[in-house]
Design a protein. Structure first.
Length: 273
């Protein structure tokens, strides 16, 4: 199983600004083709018409896609500001993934995209996922993976290096401090909870971005590091200077490939104690 990428991010402190939320969401855009792939995947793995909890779903980017697959959706996130920015009319619950306010075996599915690695007590978060999913239900978990596009990947690596050089307190995957370093760690933990890896699904999409846009979005994304504004700005400026030397015109629009790798987990038994 692959190493988690630092692009997975670090948990922010406090609530998020409108600019931070917008940057977070824009980096997750898959384009129309990628969204169609997600809808097909949701329809194929989750029980038809089932209730799916979009856990750590932020503003609910996946909520309309789950609904388009014929599923009932509940949006959960720890951030009140993220939930307030959600536009799709689904039930919203402010909740910590380590303490889900749901009964045992109460949902047909969990969708947790790029959230597990942001939780120091990631083992407890996985235990909660296993607890609330029905015996015939499915958990889809997206973990940190490097962008498929080489330009985007290089820009991300350079920006994260600049953050470290500038003295950021924490850069990258929060859960590394408590043992989460590869996707294999999650697979092993889920197996211990009675859920087996049933499949790995890759979704690819497209964005249109300039190099400047890529760097600016990263500098406004609160999940990449814990650092004062002056350090973030210094890292951004260093990365822009580096990119100008590497790519020349920072304003030229490019087609950027993004991908999402989803791990499908199912119960290895059919009882719900």
């Amino acid at each position: 199983m692959g190493q988690l990428s630092a692009d997975s991010g670090a948990a922010p402190g406090g609530e998020l600004t409108t600019a931070q939320i917008a940057a977070h969401d824009r980096q997750r855009e898959l384009g129309s083709d990628g969204e169609r792939q997600l809808i097909r995947l949701f329809g194929s793995v989750y029980p038809a018409g089932g209730l799916v909890a979009d856990a750590g779903g932020g503003t609910g980017l996946a909520t309309p896609l789950l609904a388009a697959a014929g599923l009932r959706v509940m949006l959960l996130d720890i951030s009140a500001s993220m939930l307030a920015a959600a536009s799709w009319p689904a039930p919203r619950v402010q909740a910590d993934l380590c303490r889900l306010p749901l009964p045992r075996c109460s949902v047909d599915g969990i969708y947790a995209a790029y959230v597990v690695q942001n939780i120091p007590d990631w083992l407890q978060a996985l235990a909660e996922i296993a607890r609330v999913v029905k015996p015939d239900g499915v958990a889809l978990i997206a973990l940190g993976n490097p962008p498929a596009d080489e330009v985007s990947s290089r820009v991300s690596r350079r920006y994260l290096e600049a953050l470290r050089d500038a003295g950021a307190d924490q850069v990258g995957v929060v859960a590394e401090s408590s043992g989460l370093r590869t996707t294999g760690d999650v697979v092993a933990a889920m197996r211990g909870l009675g859920l087996e890896l049933a499949g790995v699904h890759e979704i690819s999409g497209r964005q249109t971005r300039s190099i400047r846009d890529l760097i600016e979005l990263r500098s406004r994304n609160p999940f990449l590091a814990r650092a004062p504004e002056e350090i973030v700005n210094a890292a951004r400026d260093r990365t822009l200077a580096w990119a100008a030397g590497q790519y020349g015109d920072l304003e030229c629009l490019r087609r950027i490939t993004v991908r999402r790798v989803l791990h499908e987990f199912r119960h290895g038994h059919k009882t719900c104690a």
